[in-house]
Design a protein around this ligand. Structure first.
Ligand code: TYD
Length: 198
């Protein structure tokens, strides 16, 4: 049966590289799937992405939570449709990004969960993966790629230390599979594939 999966992790955890490898793997197995990402994915959320990442206007953290939840609602609808049609759904980031990043911005987790209840409507993913790396490794990887940093990636070390802690807390509480993302690319890829059960 088709399943849904999210990959989560801090900026610089190697998530996007692993996501690309996961897509290649599913293709090599001729498994039908839909790939989404957050912010973005569905046409609706994709239209919000640039604004979300680079909004130049001063705004409260709750606006970030509401905006991502608005986009997420469209992704969840698309996810449910795809699953019903027998397709796997994989997503590069999902609601946990909001539970972590908006909490680090100062919102209460209960409030973020409440906001997201409207978007998720009881939906949850079958396979939940956290790629965990130290802040130092993540920072070194972000330097390596050298791409222009968005608003989020420009935050300092303290921000990312808290992001990592919150991810680990959430992962423990909700039973995510935690993968040590400081390992080499192929090792991590293998571990991700093992979670698929196919
Ligand atoms: P992006 O560059 O797409 O992610 P990645 O680092 O995976 O390439 O940036 C997404 C940023 O947006 C990331 O720093 C986390 C943040 N974010 C939130 O704060 N809340 C959310 O709900 C989501 C989905 C992302």
């Amino acid at each position: 049966m088709a399943k849904s999966l999210f990959l989560e992790g801090t900026d610089g955890s190697g998530k996007s590289t692993q996501f690309a490898l996961l897509k290649q793997y599913l293709e090599s197995k001729q498994i039908e799937y839909e790939a989404l990402r957050e912010p973005g994915g569905s046409d609706y959320y994709e239209a919000l992405r640039d604004f979300y990442l680079h909004a130049p206007h001063k705004h409260p953290a709750v606006s970030d939570a509401l905006l991502s939840a608005a986009g997420r609602a469209a992704n969840i609808e698309q996810t449910k449709k795809a699953l019903k049609a027998g397709k796997w759904v994989i997503t590069d980031r999902a609601y946990p990004s909001s539970y972590v990043y908006q909490a680090v911005q100062g919102l209460q987790l209960e409030d973020i969960i409440d906001i997201n209840r409207h978007a998720l409507q009881g939906f949850d993913y079958d396979i939940k993966i956290l790629l965990d790396v130290t802040v130092e490794t993540a920072a070194a990887r972000m330097e390596e790629t050298g791409s222009k940093k968005d608003h989020w990636e420009s935050q300092g070390e303290a921000f990312f230390t808290t992001v990592r802690t919150k991810y680990l807390e959430l992962a423990e509480k909700d039973g995510y599979i935690i993968i040590d993302a400081s390992a080499d690319i192929q090792t991590i890829h293998q571990k991700i594939i093992e979670t698929l059960g196919i």
